[in-house]
Ligand binder design. Structure first.
Ligand code: HAM
Length: 423
């Protein structure tokens, strides 16, 4: 059997790559509007970065990482990045960015890898657009980040979005809340799903957003995080809500939104596009005030988000909103006979050096099939040169949209085509 691509990965062929390019262009514009600069970090990192950064008990670390030998060091392994926040923080520390600026705003676009069960909207290689702000403890930044995501989806025309926000507390208030949850769930332990039984003592907050129906029922009446926040977390959350209201961002408070990565503190949020079904989260993020320190750096409050580009494209497709790829105007030179072909080759070369998109036939095809090809590549202008034209020093210029034709001097072809294509 022929070799196939790995399960959960996709080929992005020329027929759809235009949608990706258009989406990426919009993402870059958005990032610039909000003052973010691009970073590109390695696709693989020292596995310890994710163990320490994402958390050893998370599903991502326990079940979903692609880990492999380094080839050099028997005591170390590498892992394909399952997300990019830990890598961004590593780069921030390794390059001592904290010593150079007080506020760092980075964005990234790239592949992430998780050994998840593939299904519609869930892949093993997927792409994220993400943004991270390092060095701000202001709740206004949290509101700004959520607003940025919402404005982006609105600019794409996406409707039916659900913006969920929550506060997951901080190292001051979370331990007591954790204990309350353990006390609440302990008597029901045997009824919880296997994952939640494991989570009970390691990360009981995760039980609150388990998708298992029994766990959902068992968590009715569980202690509420909002009643257990310390004053600082409470005030922070109030400010986030106030500024979201000022920005006219529609949101709902979901006290069960916990998120699957351990680094979050205070604000956590997710944007759902419900028509996508089970994989409806198209973006998610939150504050991670302890991560930089945890990875060995100075205390640096931070917040970020990432959106799944495949899911955004699926959502756009559902609403018939896929961005139209921009097509540049193209020209085609039909050459008939060897002498004409030599002339055409010289003209094509000159035009290409002027950045004009122009093509010609090199297989000695008939006039009909050359014109067919010109049509196929959506050439707007065609130059036809045969032996007769060549002798007269002329060429035929054909406008493909209208089928109108005119005769022009061979010497004018380059000027004419370049001004038409660029005009
Ligand atoms: P996350 O919620 O794990 O957060 O992923 C963010 C988004 O990536 C999800 O909302 C979803 O759209 C997409 N995504 C995740 N897994 C898959 C998958 N298997 N297939 C397709 N799409 C997927 C993070 O990754 C955090 N690093 C976000 C963040 C940045 N938090 C702070 N800063």
């Amino acid at each position: 059997m022929a070799i196939q691509r790995p399960r959960g990965t996709q080929d992005i062929l020329p027929s759809t790559v235009g949608y990706w390019q258009a989406l990426e262009k919009k993402m870059r514009q958005l990032a610039a509007t909000y003052g973010f600069q691009e970073i590109r970090t390695p696709i693989f990192e020292d596995t310890r970065l994710f163990l320490r950064g994402i958390g050893e008990t998370t599903d991502v670390v326990q079940k979903e990482m692609y880990t492999f030998p380094t080839g050099d060091d028997k005591d170390k392994t590498f892992t394909l990045r399952p997300e990019n926040t830990a890598s961004a923080v590593r780069a921030y520390l390794e390059n001592k960015i904290y010593g150079q600026e007080t506020l760092t705003k980075w964005f990234y676009i790239g592949s992430m890898f998780r050994h998840d069960k593939p299904q519609a909207g869930r892949y093993r290689e997927f792409h994220q657009f993400g943004a991270e702000v390092l060095g701000s403890q202001s709740a206004v930044t949290d509101a700004e980040m959520i607003t940025m995501i919402v404005q982006f989806f609105q600019s794409l025309g996406l409707a039916d979005l659900n913006v969920e926000v929550n506060s997951v507390g901080c190292p001051h208030c979370r331990p007591a809340y954790r204990e309350k949850l353990i006390t609440f769930f302990e008597p029901k332990k045997e009824e919880l799903c296997e994952d939640c039984q494991n989570r009970l003592y390691k990360n009981p907050l995760r039980i609150l957003d388990c998708k298992n129906e029994t766990c959902k029922k068992l968590s009715i009446g569980a202690p509420e995080i909002h009643e257990n926040l310390c004053e600082d977390c409470h005030d922070h959350f109030e400010t986030v809500k106030k500024y979201l209201t000022i920005a006219k961002v529609p949101f709902v408070i979901n006290p069960r939104l916990v998120r699957g990565l351990d680094y979050y503190t205070k604000t956590a949020f997710e944007v759902q596009y419900t028509p996508l079904g089970a994989q409806s989260a198209i973006a998610g993020g939150g504050r991670y005030d302890g991560l930089v320190e945890q990875l060995g750096g100075p205390h640096t409050p931070a917040i970020g988000f990432a959106m799944g580009m495949e899911r955004v494209l699926l959502a756009l497709e559902k609403q018939d909103l896929l961005p139209k790829p921009e097509e540049e105007k193209k020209a085609y030179i039909v050459a008939l006979g060897e002498a004409a072909r030599q002339k055409a080759f010289a003209m094509v070369t000159a035009l290409r050096s002027m950045n004009c998109q122009v093509a010609m036939d090199v297989e000695n095809k008939s006039m009909k099939s050359q014109l067919k090809h010109a049509n196929k590549i959506h050439a707007k202008y065609v130059i036809i040169v045969g032996d007769d034209e060549l002798q007269r020093g002329e060429a035929v210029l054909r406008f493909m949209d209208t089928s109108e034709q005119e005769t022009i001097a061979l010497a004018d072809v380059i000027d004419k085509i370049s001004s038409l294509v660029k005009g």
